[in-house]
Ligand binder design. Structure first.
Ligand SMILES: O=c1ccn([C@@H]2O[C@H](COP(=O)(O)OP(=O)(O)O[C@H]3O[C@H](CO)[C@@H](O)[C@H](O)[C@H]3O)[C@@H](O)[C@H]2O)c(=O)[nH]1
Ligand SMILES: [Mn+2]
Length: 734
């Protein structure tokens, strides 16, 4: 390749068919305007019955419309990216930058150590110069079991990495590799394969036995000095910094069985004290940023959750194409990959795949200054993450002036580095404010990404054919709802924080991206109009009062047009993103459930937090479940299983709609014709029936099931009584 001539390392293509989409969106918008016109012109006058209900409906419809406009922003200007990895390696050969990989884990009980080390092994085996790769595991659980697992993994890596490279295997998480059918069928069923599998299984056994027993074999304890650091350990929330360099990447003797260099491997449990807030994952990440700066100081950082293993051994090269292009890279701060999940059922019963988000919306965000940072599967430029502003003369030289000139012993290096992970280190500094990940928000990732973009940087969304990372999605309804609640709460808080996409970001990022952020930041308040729509029209249906136009009225047309096109378009988008029809139906259900429970509670939580009543926490999502639950999950039977307030709301709403529906059916049987009902109150009838239909699994969970995943009978009784009371008092009083 000719030196000096500019050859791009990546390409950005605009989505096709934008013009058609925009025309379509305009017609829908006209329909929406007609709906407003209907609401305003037909509003009962002051003193007339039903005025407040109409005002409520108008409010809800205005909210929906505003939100619809926002969803258009992320469909308006979509782009797609592709990279040229071969050019990258030709151009830079051995001058590629060092890359530091951060894996976070928090609790060995719900994030099993064997899963964590599989993630670690998958990234250690990246097809990248091992001398330029360092892997850091942050263990917020401060568990010697996790440390033991990592120690085992550091030994196994000496066999695993050369094996992966020799046979060019994918994926490089051993568990995923041995479980994958394609690798079973036509893999090199030779001795090497059998040997490596045996080695893995032995390691797996040792780790799992230790995890089950809750302690490490006594003899292992003496073998490695690292365990002595637990001598002063009192609890997960009260211990000194534990730092252990398991493989020193700089050590010429750190070699795999083939004599090739190994990537660095470091275990860190930052110091924690009960009175001192540790700021959850953000705190862990900031400690890692500082600790790694002393040890390897790679200018590029990859951040992964402990369940997200690498599924593509060339992802680093892909990401570097975005960071190392001579002309287009200077302002790129991070490259975000989508999250994929390996444990979804065929129709994705809890709608966890976030299909449309990753296949449509994120491409839309990428058309502006780029996607949000979503905490995992994201490559960062260290400088940008540490608070640097982007200015026109930010040009990067990737060659590093080596500041570790005098080689130190591991012990010295560890002792020098430890203070960086102490909780006092951050006192009176900008960490958590202007440096590193932001504190105080349950979605530390999104707010951090926003603050980076507000400092003039851009980001890139890269969604390659072969999935780069695969993680674990929640497998029960309560887990999904809790996760969604944390996200909705965090995103809503961003709206009021210093970096609010509404005011602070104005002028710093484009209007389109401001809208893009609002798409997520407004999840919590959208719960209110959804709740309104899920209750009021059904009540009025029961009473026989119409709130929407009749079929014969011309006003019916805009409603019919907007509703039908939106659902058809939504279905098409879902199928196009790789979903199934049943999966779409499940998504409609989860759409409703998230809004009426998670988002609603997130709304309340945020308000309470603002008044100073509560503080947000981070409920870590469980990454494994027991056999019984797993069986139901695989059969796509909804798992309720507890009686949290969120499930109580869902059950009560479902019962309420059932009563209204039964009440109406009863009336029709007694004295009316179904035909007349559909003519006079078509939309209310449709809405109420759809709500009943979508809630079928809930009724089953309340009354028909006997397994452990059903709803508790106390909750069934509660929701039954509350809904009945609500319906009767409404019909009698209003
Ligand atoms: O005190 C804590 C709590 C969590 N974690 C780690 O943070 C990651 C994410 O936690 P998880 O319970 O899996 O949450 P999810 O909802 O699946 O995570 C998504 O949403 C989070 C923000 O809400 C982001 O931090 C994550 O990166 C993103 O994947 C996991 O690796 C945890 O081990 C910590 O290191 N320390
Ligand atoms: Mn997770």
């Amino acid at each position: 390749m000719e030196r000096g001539k500019y050859i791009p390392l990546f390409e950005t293509k605009e989505a096709k068919g934008r013009v058609f989409y925009r025309l379509f969106a305009v017609t829908v918008f006209l329909g929406i305007c007609c709906i407003w016109a209907y609401r305003i012109s037909k509003m009962p006058r002051k003193g007339e019955d039903g005025r407040w209900v109409w005002i409520g409906l108008l409010g809800a419809e205005l909210w929906f419309s505003l939100y619809w406009v926002i969803t258009q922003a992320v469909r308006w200007k979509s782009v797609f990216r592709c990279t040229f990895k071969d050019r990258l390696s030709q151009r830079y050969k051995n001058e590629l930058p060092e890359v530091d990989i951060f894996v976070c884990t928090a609790n060995f009980k719900i994030e099993p150590p064997i899963m964590v080390v599989n993630t670690v092994l998958s990234v250690m085996a990246y097809d990248y110069l091992p001398e330029k790769l360092s892997v850091y595991l942050s263990d917020d659980g401060g568990s010697d079991l996790t440390f033991y697992a990592l120690l085992e993994a550091s030994k196994f890596a000496k066999h695993w990495i050369p094996y992966c490279k020799k046979f060019n295997v994918e994926p490089r998480s051993p568990a995923a590799y041995f479980a994958s059918k394609s690798n079973l069928d036509h893999s090199h069923h030779n001795e090497v394969w059998v040997d490596i599998k045996k080695l893995y299984e032995e390691m797996e056994d040792r780790i799992e036995i230790a995890t089950k027993l809750g302690r490490i074999p006594e003899e292992e304890r003496f073998k490695h000095r690292g365990f002595s650091q637990w001598d002063s350990y009192s609890s997960q929330l009260d211990h000194d910094t534990i730092l252990q360099i398991l493989i020193d990447g700089k050590d010429p003797n750190a070699k795999d069985i083939d004599g090739c260099a190994l990537p660095g491997l470091v275990y860190l449990a930052r110091e924690k004290r009960p009175q001192h807030p540790h700021h959850f994952k953000a705190g862990a990440m900031n400690a890692l940023i500082r600790v790694s700066s002393k040890i390897s100081n790679g200018p590029i950082i990859l951040n992964l959750d402990c369940d997200m293993y690498s599924n593509n051994s060339l992802s680093i090269q892909d990401a570097l194409c975005f960071f190392m292009d001579k002309e287009k890279s200077h302002d790129i701060a991070f490259v975000q990959y989508p999250q994929h999940f390996g444990n979804l059922t065929k129709n994705d019963i809890y709608s966890n795949s976030l299909r449309v988000g990753f296949n449509v919306e994120f491409h839309g965000l990428d058309g502006y200054e780029g996607p949000l940072y979503i905490g995992t599967g994201c490559f960062h430029r260290r400088d940008a993450l540490c608070g640097r502003k982007f200015t026109k003369d930010c040009k990067f030289e990737w060659k590093k002036d080596d500041d570790h000139k005098t080689p130190k012993s591991i012990l010295e290096l560890e002792e020098e580095t430890k203070p960086l992970a102490s909780y006092t280190y951050e006192e009176n500094t900008q960490w958590g404010k202007e440096m590193g990940l932001r504190y105080g928000c349950p979605v530390e990732d999104v707010i951090t990404g926003l603050s980076i973009q507000c400092r003039g940087w851009k980001s890139v969304y890269f969604n390659p054919e072969r999935k780069a990372f695969i993680g674990i999605a929640p497998t029960t309804l309560p887990q999904t709802l809790v996760q969604q609640r944390r996200w909705a709460e965090g995103d809503f808080q961003i709206l009021f924080c210093k970096y609010s996409p509404l005011w602070y970001a104005h002028g710093k990022i484009s209007l389109g991206l401001q809208f893009g952020y609002c798409l997520y930041c407004l999840w919590a308040p959208i719960s209110l109009p959804v709740l309104y729509y899920a209750i009021i029209p059904s009540f009025y249906l029961l009473k026989g009062i119409s709130l929407f136009p009749q079929v014969s009225s011309p006003w019916f047309l805009p409603f019919a047009y907007v509703i039908s096109t939106q659902y058809i378009y939504n279905l098409a988008e879902f199928l196009w993103s790789g979903g199934t029809i049943l999966g779409w139906w499940y998504e409609q259900r989860m759409w409703l459930y998230k809004r009426t429970s998670s988002y609603f509670f997130a709304f309340i939580d945020t308000i309470l937090k603002m008044v100073g009543f509560t503080d947000s926490t981070f409920v870590v999502t469980a990454k494994f479940i027991d056999e019984d639950v797993l069986k139901r999950y695989e059969k796509e039977i909804m798992e309720f299983g507890d009686s949290s307030p969120m499930l109580t709301i869902l059950a009560t709403l479902a019962m309420l709609n059932l009563f209204c529906f039964v009440g109406v059916v009863n009336k029709v049987i007694m004295n009316g014709s179904i035909f007349r009902l559909c003519k006079t109150m078509p939309l209310q009838t449709l809405l109420c029936s759809a709500l009943v239909l979508i809630n079928l699994p809930l009724y089953q969970g309340l009354f028909l099931r006997n397994d452990k995943g059903k709803l508790p009978s106390s909750l069934a009784l509660k929701s039954f009584v509350v809904a009945l009371l609500a319906c009767t008092s409404f019909t009698l009083l209003c």
